[in-house]
Design a protein. Structure first.
Length: 188
């Protein structure tokens, strides 16, 4: 019987965890049962592109947190992206989006802001939060280090890694002897 090294087993485990995180995001409860969640796992060169875009944003905006988080992306085994098509209304007429009703929201021009496309329906954004929570819960149950990162989503949006999403968040994941996500300098 062959020996599977820890390194090989951990690498396979990370991929299994990423797949289960995608599954958790997909099966998370959605408002009215309407699924506008998008998700993907980013590896290798695409993961490096994501880190480079974050460093580019750090330069453009003078925000060192993008550079700090880019290092986390580089040091991670994979990044799970979860986004939502939040520009679709739920049809509840709650006005949390700032419009009088969903019909007015639906007529609003979709615009790319600094980081994401808006306006967004609050119910769709809540669905995104639930999907993110389900995914990181799964990672945690599998003892996979992870952290939800807004800045990763900003770079993924610019790179169109989930092209239909109006809002994206990233979840870098890794398996190390110690989590790389919670010993970060504040401020960087």
């Amino acid at each position: 019987m062959p020996i599977i090294t820890s390194q090989k087993g951990e690498k396979e485990g990370i991929m299994q965890a990423a797949n289960l995180m995608l599954l958790s995001a997909r099966t998370a409860p959605k408002s009215g049962g309407v699924d506008d969640i998008l998700a993907a796992t980013v590896l290798g060169e695409e993961k490096d592109r994501l880190a480079m875009e974050m460093e580019k944003i750090a330069e453009e905006r003078g925000i060192e947190f993008f550079r700090r988080d880019a290092k986390n992306v580089r040091d991670s085994d994979a990044v799970v992206l979860i986004g939502v098509v939040g520009t679709r209304s739920f049809g509840f007429n709650c006005s949390a989006c700032g419009y009088k009703n969903c019909a007015e929201f639906d007529k609003a021009e979709e615009k790319l802001g600094q980081d994401f496309v808006g306006p967004n329906c609050v119910f769709k954004v809540l669905d995104l939060g639930i999907a993110l929570s389900s995914a990181v819960k799964t990672a945690s149950m599998l003892n996979v280090d992870n952290r939800i990162m807004y800045r990763v989503g900003t770079a993924a949006q610019r790179l169109k890694q989930l092209p239909k999403a109006s809002v994206i968040m990233g979840i870098p994941i890794s398996a190390r002897g110690k989590s790389i996500y919670f010993d970060r300098k504040w401020p960087p």
